[in-house]
Write a protein that binds this ligand. Structure first.
Ligand code: UDP
Ligand code: MG
Length: 318
């Protein structure tokens, strides 16, 4: 019988965990032709998530848990989970039931149809603040116009993958991880299932607007170098404008003489151009900072405790 591993990143999810566990066990008992393994990753929770995971693992030997030494973020939690799975197939699911476990039985049959990945897409953003949905739409338009890897609007991290695809994902060992891009980057045959947004069962979202904004910048920096090229484009454009202005001024001076004028406009131009320069320095700085972080080869997560014997802590590459 094939083994399906289910990775569940959890950060302060004690309110929803019992419900999630109930739902997922129901689904697992429906899928009789498969064995299961649940890999919970406690991402440095401050509530009693870990205690709950421990008691689950005592009563159910399918439950594995990994507990981080601090909060490393969902990206690290997903990576750790994937790296500790042993299944022939691997699913990733949020703990808050926003990725409905009941969709899993619909995903599994596609594995026999030759798909490597069955991914999910929200087709509505019901229950989300309108400003958030609006910014998300703009973000997807922007990133898809400047990145070679296509990011799918509404795509969730909720998906079921073959071992081959999981190995491809874990072989991407960058420090600044942006999974929405990585899923697409590794390719493979993907079947998209669509569903209407489900609101969080309980507890609250860990994503503030500012965190999402930073995550969006992360995505752009990780999957596009177009912002760097923009600096060159604007440089050329400004040179051209300056060149035309020089000709205009020379012609004007020759025909009308040289009265001293135009100082306010000059000041405006200087401020504008230095603003543009600083802006692009900032963009270059952003890429430089990411490169700096990558070169340190720090571990992406540190496990404090676990009930799996094969704790893997990523060794920095030489
Ligand atoms: N999560 C995590 N570490 C974090 C933030 C979130 O492991 O630092 C987990 C969280 O427990 C949940 C999933 O990632 O299982 C999605 O988080 P959340 O529901 O807050 O995000 P949203 O659904 O609002 O995008
Ligand atoms: Mg959620």
């Amino acid at each position: 019988m094939k083994l399906i591993s289910i990775v569940v990143p959890c950060y302060n999810e004690s309110e929803v965990l019992p419900m999630f566990y109930r739902e997922i066990t129901k689904v697992m008992s429906e899928l009789k032709n498969y064995r299961f393994e649940l890999v919970f990753v406690d991402d440095g929770s401050r509530d009693d998530t870990l205690a709950q995971l421990k008691s689950m693992s005592h009563s159910d030997n399918r439950v594995k848990y990994l507990s981080f030494s601090r909060n490393f973020g969902k990206e690290s939690a997903m990576l750790a989970g994937l790296e500790h799975t042993t299944g022939d197939y691997v699913a990733i699911m949020d703990a808050d039931c926003q990725d409905p476990p009941s969709l899993l039985p619909e995903m599994v049959p596609f594995l026999n149809e030759g798909y490597d990945c069955i991914a999910t897409r929200r087709v509505s953003r019901k229950g989300e603040p309108p400003i958030r949905s609006f910014c998300a739409r703009i973000f997807y338009k922007l990133i898809n116009s400047i990145s070679k890897v296509e990011m799918v609007d509404g795509a969730r991290d909720y998906r079921l993958m073959t071992r081959q695809m999981v190995d491809a994902i874990t072989s991407c060992q960058e420090y600044n991880r942006y999974s929405k891009g990585l899923w697409q980057f590794v390719g493979f045959k993907t079947k998209w299932l669509e569903y209407k947004n489900v609101e969080r069962a309980a507890g609250e979202t860990k994503w503030s607007f500012w965190k999402l904004f930073k995550y969006a910048i992360e995505g752009i920096v990780a999957f596009s170098t177009v912002p760097l090229t923009l600096a060159a484009f604007f440089g050329i454009l400004f040179c051209l404008i300056a060149f035309i202005m020089i000709i205009v001024i020379i012609v004007k001076t020759i025909t009308f003489g040289d009265p001293v004028s135009g100082w306010p406009s000059l000041a405006c131009i200087i401020i504008f151009v230095s603003g543009v320069q600083l802006f692009f320095l900032g963009i270059i700085g952003e890429y430089l900072a990411k490169t700096y972080l990558e070169t340190k080869h720090r571990p992406k997560y540190i496990i404090r405790e676990s009930n799996t014997s094969d704790i893997k802590i990523i060794e920095p590459k030489a």
